[in-house]
Design a protein around this ligand. Sequence first.
Ligand SMILES: Cc1cc2nc3c(=O)[nH]c(=O)nc-3n(C[C@H](O)[C@H](O)[C@H](O)COP(=O)(O)OP(=O)(O)OC[C@H]3O[C@@H](n4cnc5c(N)ncnc54)[C@H](O)[C@@H]3O)c2cc1C
Length: 299
Amino acid sequence: MRIRPFEYYTAINQSDVLDKLAKYGPDTKVVAGGTDLVLAMKRKTILPRVVVSLHKVRELDFVREEDSRVCIGALTRHADLAMNTTLNDNFPILCEAVSLIGSWQIRNVATIGGNLCNASPAADSAPPLLALDARVVIASSEGEDEIPLSSFFTGPGATVLKSNQLLKEIVVERPKTRSAGCYLKLMRKKAGDLSLVGVAFQAETDQAGEKLARVAIGLGGVAPTPVRSPETEAMLTGLSYDEAIKEIPEAARAAVRATSPIADIRASADYRRTIVEIYVRRAAEKILGTLFNGEDIQK
Ligand SMILES: Cc1cc2nc3c(=O)[nH]c(=O)nc-3n(C[C@H](O)[C@H](O)[C@H](O)COP(=O)(O)OP(=O)(O)OC[C@H]3O[C@@H](n4cnc5c(N)ncnc54)[C@H](O)[C@@H]3O)c2cc1C
């Protein structure tokens, strides 16, 4: 498959990227790791006239602690995120999810910004970030804006980003109390495959460590965009361990109502719904065990 000719620029810093996006207009694409974009250009589903490489824009490659929050640069690669100590200490759910993306060759070049901007409903970084209430910082030559990640995706392969805008960073608030989370991913193969279903389950206790103060669930691969499951979250929030354990089967069934899965060559819609229920139940049991009984969630 041959790629149609295009103009290629290597930006030297963020303001250079933004200038080029403003100058060359809607037919321009930025390329980070290229693991999605190059395939799309080969398949001719994306045909940019101009491609701006972010390769040298190292100022967007960082994990930074800022008071109560942690900021992740859009150009940070999955392999670096998976091993980052700050992220492993605060948001192990995100490290677990990105460590399941593709193969190590893919994780060594592919970035978190590319994963979100490509906006696949099955993007593995999206469910944990949704469950963490992440926000995204969008930059253009006119300034910056910070919005919730939940408002970022607009459909399969589509986001709110305009052609002159760049995803700059992802921001996540540190949990205030004891927290735990896990990400369960169903693949056709044992590794290196897109998820059929991805379930991220994140929970926090109250100050006394007796009740669930916050429960958040992110679901991937089962709707046009990654989604939360507000009904299940509300059913479990405020409960003690004993109450929550009893409620889990009904709460897991409720999670299915947040989905609208497609049937494709990889799985039927019914199969995806069944997996959502099973994975939400498993993840909830695992995280309740961790939060209230000190059971280790790391495999
Ligand atoms: C073999 C293989 C296996 C894969 N397995 C998985 C998997 O298991 N799970 C999964 O989620 N994904 C998987 N992917 C998809 C892909 O690797 C990820 O989505 C990856 O994170 C994309 O990042 P990238 O840096 O390569 O993005 P690129 O391909 O460079 O860019 C993707 C899109 O995002 C835009 N973009 C990139 N960065 C920015 C930015 N900062 N601001 C604005 N727009 C931006 C680009 O213009 C492009 O439209 C796989 C891909 C391959 C080829």
